[in-house]
Write a protein that binds this ligand. Sequence first.
Ligand code: ADP
Ligand code: MG
Length: 236
Amino acid sequence: MCKSSGSYPGKLFIVEGIDGSGKSTQIDLLHKWLLSQGYSTFFSEWNSSPLVKRTTKRGKSKRLLTPLTFSLIHATDFADRTERNIVPPLKAGAAVLADRYVYTAFARDVARGVDPQWVREVYSFAVKPTVAFYFRVPLEVALDRILTGRPELKWYEAGMDLGLSEDPYESFKLFQGRILEQYDAMVDEFDLQVIDGTLPIAEQQQQVRSIVQPYLQHLLRRPDDAFTYRRRQAGE
Ligand SMILES: Nc1ncnc2c1ncn2[C@@H]1O[C@H](COP(=O)(O)OP(=O)(O)O)[C@@H](O)[C@H]1O
Ligand SMILES: [Mg+2]
């Protein structure tokens, strides 16, 4: 990754892990906490750039994507969000939060058979996070959490393009297992901050906050809102 978030006044906190590991739950709680503390925050979600949304949707629904084009289309999404949503708030000194980051691409694309070195080079423009949390859970725990309602699995989501199994649920399990292996192998390579994702939600959040806390000192604060203003007026 080219630039460390250390070269900006803002801080970048990101969450990673397999589906059902509790990433969104934890980053959402972190986001709310940072807001309640008065910090200026920006939130960026994987695969949300308007630039390639329609192409991605079409490619997926018509099953046109190969491992390589799947990887490149997500890299384009990420490049757009880096330039529009991630770097500007970091320059302004805000806390930037991302639900999934480059490690999602590294884990998933490599699980699809893409060359590990190649995909790392494609994302070499990415800003290195201040803290990259990895919520580690055994495969069975994650599967239990998300497959209980037997949700409809999408073709690429289930990894059906890999031809691992005819059954989408079986394919999903095998695919997630491969992704989990990749995440585990990246812990040392990228200095991921491992959180035991099997712990209760509140306990994990406690750990997340205490890891984030030391980085908050000089972050940008939101302009006073009406509530703070009224309290000040009342001399509290
Ligand atoms: N620590 C936890 N213990 C039990 N269930 C959890 C825990 N964290 C999250 N969940 C539940 O598991 C499901 C998946 O969580 P989510 O945060 O959406 O995971 P992800 O974003 O990693 O796919 C949700 O129903 C959520 O409420
Ligand atoms: Mg999620």
